[in-house]
Design a protein around this ligand. Structure first.
Ligand code: DQA
Length: 148
């Protein structure tokens, strides 16, 4: 099974940015954690990060026909991007949304998630473990229909 992990803007600054909100794990720690979990559960994970909305749209479009599932943390674009939502709908690949922080307890502008209109499940406020839970969910549900 092949999973595409997509990270949005400023997630490359993990460990440095607002550690009281996002913790002290760095982006490199997150990548290592996802890769070791992928090996443990027997899936292939390709991990991407971009600070640019259009590049995230391109990444989702390129996934068409190649991936069995998408785990996406669109970061700030969660709350603004119809384009990312539409790209997910266009490729129609099963997807889960992840947020490291508990957005439900934060500012009013974080209370809307456009991608949640497409994603099957949201893993919110679990720290970086949310990525692993989303991988588990997709592997359990779609692991049989594998692309690689
Ligand atoms: C985030 C929450 C967003 O509101 C914020 O803009 C982020 C990260 C999270 O993982 O908690 O950049 O998606």
């Amino acid at each position: 099974m092949k999973l595409l992990i997509i990270n949005g803007p400023n997630l490359n600054m993990l460990g440095v940015r607002e550690p009281d909100v996002y913790g002290r794990e760095t982006y490199a720690d997150l990548v290592a954690k996802i890769n070791s979990h992928a090996e443990k559960i027997g899936v292939r994970a390709v991990i991407t990060q971009s600070n640019h909305e259009g590049e995230i749209v391109d990444t989702i479009q390129r996934a068409y026909g190649l991936y069995d599932g998408i785990v996406i943390n669109p970061a700030a674009y969660t709350h603004t991007s119809v384009a990312i939502l539409d790209a997910l709908k266009a490729v129609n690949i099963p997807a889960c949304e992840v947020h490291i922080s508990d957005v439900s307890k934060r500012e009013a502008f974080r209370q809307i998630s456009y991608v949640s209109y497409y994603c099957e499940k949201s893993f919110i406020g679990l720290g970086t473990d949310g990525y692993l839970r989303a991988m588990d969910y997709l592997a359990e549900k779609y692991g049989g229909e594998t692309k690689l």
